[in-house]
Write a protein of this length. Structure first.
Length: 267
């Protein structure tokens, strides 16, 4: 019988201070994992960790700039002392800057490439090095990266964001192939969340209306719902549950996969 229980597991969640990341950290903790929240938002990250501790969970915060190689090395090293190791990594940190293609700002493009693509690639690098035999943790594990339904559909205003999330899909599959080929004992998967009314999701609707792509914020949200067979926006716990599944033994024969959690929007 398979289990979604994560008792004894140690997880690092990037971008875990708020939004999807905080929800994923909460779900992992509720399933029994010790959780290390990594984020550039130090005050919010500490508050989220404290809120988890208040429920009886083991949770700590570590400053983490996912675009910086040394910051990653320090965070993974901290995991050993703060939560006792590392066998689950959630590459969740990401940014979205809405723009028409004709109005792209190179600086904004670089920011999304740095956080979404480089940040995920460095997470894979340091997660695999820590979890593989001989690594700082060395017991194998599961890495889950957060792509987006934007990687599977053509939605106006998010061209570069869509491109970065498509890159996460490819990174995931190559990392899974390398991990298997080299005997690392680490499963590597990703999820494709649908639009969720977090701060980022809400801002996207506002931006799309301001760009003239939809007559109002409500119309932008309505367009997403209309494209979704299940007829609603995603919720944080929808995404968090998928992460717990991919972190757990219930998915022990799944690697190199992308799991849509989008209500059917991207099918």
């Amino acid at each position: 019988m398979t289990s979604y229980q994560l008792t004894g597991r140690k997880a690092l969640v990037t971008g875990g201070a708020r939004g999807l990341g905080a929800g994923m950290a909460e779900a992992l903790a509720a399933a029994g994992a010790a959780v290390l929240i990594g984020d550039v938002l130090e005050e919010e990250g500490k508050q989220t960790a404290q809120a988890l501790r208040d429920t009886g969970a083991t949770a700590e915060f570590v400053p983490l700039d996912v675009t910086d190689d040394e910051s990653w090395a320090a965070a993974v090293s901290t995991a050993a002392d703060a939560i006792g190791g590392l066998d689950i990594l959630v590459n969740n940190a990401g940014i979205e800057i809405t723009s028409l293609i004709t109005e792209l700002d190179p600086a904004d493009v670089r920011k999304m490439l740095d956080v979404n693509v480089l940040g995920t690639a460095l997470g894979l690098k340091h997660g695999l090095r820590a979890m593989r035999p001989g690594g700082a943790a060395g017991g194998g594990g599961s890495i889950i990266s957060v792509a987006s339904v934007a990687a599977t559909i053509a939605f106006p205003g998010i061209s570069v964001y869509s491109a970065t999330k498509s890159a996460i899909d490819r990174l995931t599959r190559v990392a899974a192939a390398e991990s298997g080929k080299l005997g690392y004992g680490v499963r590597v998967n990703c999820i494709y969340p649908g639009l969720t009314p977090t701060a980022m999701g809400n801002q996207l609707a506002v931006d799309c209306a301001e760009l003239g792509l939809f007559p109002s914020v409500e119309a932008a949200v309505g367009a997403v719902v209309e494209l979704t067979p299940l007829g609603r926006l995603g919720q944080v716990d929808d995404m968090a549950d998928a992460v717990v599944f991919l972190a757990s033994d219930a998915s022990k024969f799944i690697t190199g996969a992308g799991l849509p959690v989008d209500g059917g929007m991207g099918m």
